[in-house]
Design a protein around this ligand. Structure first.
Ligand code: KG4
Ligand code: ZN
Length: 335
């Protein structure tokens, strides 16, 4: 059984062919670097570039996997949340291919897909999951792969957004998460005292906009190095993310902690989670660095999870995009 998965929710075009066990036979991600010069993703440019890039990317992935399009058994694409124009390109292309070849199509929720990058790993339940990306910061309780309950989210900026905005105000470039992470390695995390808004570990909610303002004020004073401010900022954000997740892991007697999304590439976040989970005997699942960011393997694994629960599952031909996800329970199938 072979599945072709497509992801175009933001500025990465990604395609993967997976086998029935969730192994990637071949995958490619094409990142649109043009947005760096605008200091953020320009939706109109992103959707037009997906339109140009996607057909060639599909052809290349099929060539790499030595599988022809007519040998694909199931098609899956991200339906949302994300940028509408970008989503429409991947969703429409994939629906059309499935329709033409008379194969099932599954419209996948991007947030659930990030968590499903771990679907081929030996996760023991109950689990607690932290999803940290450029657009989301969410903690979930997962009694199984089929049940994913939102415990809390951010009231303003997402963690990745806070990294990006902080890097921008310090003139470090975009996207800023990786740049701040690298600078922080040689900085002193105690150099600048920053606030921890909504800091109680018992509260599974986040607020990062006040922290960003505190960084701006410290930076404008001018007597702090980029390394020291980056290290202080990174330490504050990581402490909030780890302490709140670990508290919920204790509360729900989690046997596993799952971390996913672009910010899960952060080196301090990874080492802090490892330390905390080792100390408590909880299994930790971190994505390999290349699967922390948006990719199509996670979309494919989410689709396989849907088919595992119901082999006949598929989305209707009318399956549409959606920009935001508002619910208490997260499912991989979006429609
Ligand atoms: O999951 P992702 O690729 O896209 C979204 O769905 O948002 O996440 C991108 C985010 C960006 O905000 C980027 O700055 C952040 O992940 N990021 C990092 C690191 N690498 C990427 N944040 C902190 N530390 C990193 N090493
Ligand atoms: Zn994402």
């Amino acid at each position: 059984m072979y599945l072709l998965a497509v992801e175009t929710s933001c500025d990465d075009s990604a395609v993967a062919v997976l086998d029935g066990n969730g192994n990637a036979v071949a995958e490619l991600v094409s990142t649109q670097i043009v947005h760096g010069s605008y200091g953020g993703v320009v939706p109109e440019i992103a959707s037009r570039l997906h339109m140009t890039i996607l057909p060639g990317l599909v052809r290349e992935v099929l060539e790499k996997s030595r599988i022809s399009l007519k040998d694909i058994d199931v098609f899956a694409a991200t339906a949302g949340p994300g940028l509408t124009g970008s989503l429409l390109v991947g969703l429409s292309w994939t629906k059309a291919a499935a329709f033409a070849l008379e194969k099932p199509f599954l419209g996948i929720n991007h947030l659930s897909a990030h968590l499903h990058i771990h679907h081929s790993s030996p996760v023991e339940f109950p689990a607690v999951a932290l999803l940290v990306s450029g657009g989301h910061t969410m903690i979930f309780h997962m009694p199984s792969w089929n049940e994913c309950i939102l415990l809390g989210t951010t009231r303003d900026d997402a963690a990745g957004e806070a990294f990006d905005k902080t890097a921008k105000l310090m003139g470090l470039g975009y996207p800023g998460g990786r740049i701040i992470d690298q600078l922080a390695e040689t900085g002193d995390p105690e150099a600048v005292s920053l606030p921890s808004p909504m800091g109680s570990k018992k509260l599974p909610e986040f607020s990062f906009s006040g922290l960003k303002t505190a960084v701006r004020l410290a930076w404008e004073k001018g007597n702090v190095s980029a390394e020291n401010l980056s290290a202080s900022f990174r330490k504050t954000v990581c402490h909030l993310l780890v302490s709140k997740t670990m508290y919920q892991a204790g509360k729900y007697k989690a046997r596993s902690v799952l971390v996913a999304g672009g910010v899960s590439a952060n080196s301090l976040l990874r080492s802090s989670f490892k330390h905390q989970c080792d100390k408590r005997g909880i299994s930790l699942f971190l994505p390999p660095i290349e699967h922390t960011m948006d990719n199509a393997v996670m979309v494919g694994r989410a689709a396989l999870s849907v088919l595992e629960a119901d082999p006949e599952a598929h989305s209707p031909a009318s399956c549409n995009t959606f920009p935001r996800w508002h619910a208490e329970k997260l499912s991989p199938l979006s429609c």
